[in-house]
Design a protein around this ligand. Structure first.
Ligand SMILES: [Ca+2]
Length: 384
């Protein structure tokens, strides 16, 4: 069984499927098991299930087969609140995303890809743990100053401590499992699974963390709308200057360069294109409660195009490090778009369980595969 699982990992790492073969798959934690269903009809099989399959299979296989020559790296790039139609490869005319488009062209472009929830926290909890987010009580986005509730049995009770909630360290995580298998693990970007030190990414298997802990931030000052500064380096407040999207890309590219052959799991959850809509090169005005939703579609486009630049830098770093042909790169959005995004032809938006809230663009590519390695039929196999 372990070898069977590993074979799927390696197939995924090398798979190139042309655009006409478009997938229907989910990003959730615990989709129903599907058996030999064509990818064009596969539903609710989760990316995190797939990712956990990577971890389980690699961790198990390494124990029984120390002679394994190469462990595939995994880079997971997540954007925040991006609309279904906001990539040029998904039909956008006013936003240019050549690097993300390149990933889709080299691999699988999933047109029916579902997040596990319509907001940030539960989707991320499901991805990292491989479990339903309800199992750890994170069914909705953690709000630093918003009223929130804690699940107790079958009931909800008010949680007066705004910092009390987060992902329990008793939960399994993809990073923990890959770390146990000898991988380097890093996250650069938005965490949103708990502010307190006890919930820090370094407590969940990540060797390194740099980014913001809460759900949104001023892209130049790194504070929440109430003024709380939440840019951290591991468990300590961090100092930095520059546009947050660029800082995340810098860290991701630098991390790849530092690995020097060691297998790694790199999680890059960009804070963009979540509000506030502060494009690169325009630090003012600063984020306030009153202006947090201000902005234009052109601002949004510039923010997303800067993310695309970052994806290009990550791909270039893989090439430079000689890791491109042994790395699985996954790209997705954490939930549907809102406000300035475009979800057409889907109905509704973020925070809704209609298609526009949970069906998101995604692609998955093993780099530099040859046409002879296109295992279309194998993608029909189930991942659970
Ligand atoms: Ca989100």
């Amino acid at each position: 069984m372990t070898r069977w699982l590993l074979s799927r990992v390696l197939i995924a790492a090398r798979c190139v499927v042309p655009p006409p073969l478009r997938g229907r798959i989910g990003v959730g934690g615990c989709g129903r098991a599907q058996s030999a269903i064509p990818i064009t009809k596969m539903t609710t099989v989760g990316l995190c299930r797939l990712a956990m399959t990577f971890a389980l299979s690699m961790a198990s296989f390494l124990v029984v087969s120390p002679c394994l020559a190469a462990q595939p790296n995994v880079v997971f790039i997540l954007v925040d609140d991006m609309g279904y139609g906001d990539l040029s490869c998904m039909g956008a005319k006013d936003i240019q995303t050549p690097n993300i488009d390149r990933l889709a062209a080299e691999g699988v472009r999933f047109t029916d890809f579902y997040a596990n929830a319509p907001v940030c926290t539960p989707t991320r909890a499901a991805f990292l743990t491989g479990r339903w987010q309800q199992r750890c009580g994170l069914e909705w986005a953690l709000g630093f100053t918003a009223q929130q509730q804690r699940r107790v049995g079958d009931s909800w009770v008010e949680e007066p401590d705004k910092l009390a909630l987060g992902l329990p360290t008793t939960e399994p995580s993809l990073a923990k499992m890959l770390k146990a298998a000898g991988y380097g693990t890093a996250i650069f970007g938005k965490w949103h699974l708990g502010f307190r030190r006890e919930f820090n990414p370094t407590r969940h298997g990540f060797d390194e963390f740099f980014g913001v802990l809460l759900g949104h931030t001023d892209y130049y000052r790194y504070n929440y709308f109430d003024g709380t500064r939440h840019l951290y380096e591991n468990t300590q407040p961090a100092k930095a200057e520059g546009y947050l999207t660029d800082l995340i890309s810098d860290r991701a590219a630098g991390y790849i360069e530092r690995q020097k052959g060691k297998p790694f799991f790199l999680y890059v959850p960009y804070n963009a294109v979540h509000w506030p809509f502060q494009p690169p090169g325009r630090p003012d005005p600063k984020l306030t409660y009153e202006n947090k939703y201000d902005g234009t579609r052109a601002d949004y486009a510039r923010m997303l195009e800067r993310v695309d630049d970052g994806v290009g830098r990550i791909l270039a770093a893989l090439d430079k490090a000689g890791a491109a042909d042994n790395t699985l790169v996954i790209f997705a959005s954490d939930n549907g778009g809102e406000r300035l995004s475009r979800n057409a032809p889907l109905f509704h938006h973020k925070a809704s369980l209609y298609e526009g809230g949970i069906r998101v663009p995604a692609s998955c590519a093993g780099r530099k595969s040859s046409p002879a390695e296109k295992p279309r039929a194998r993608w029909r196999s189930r991942w659970t």
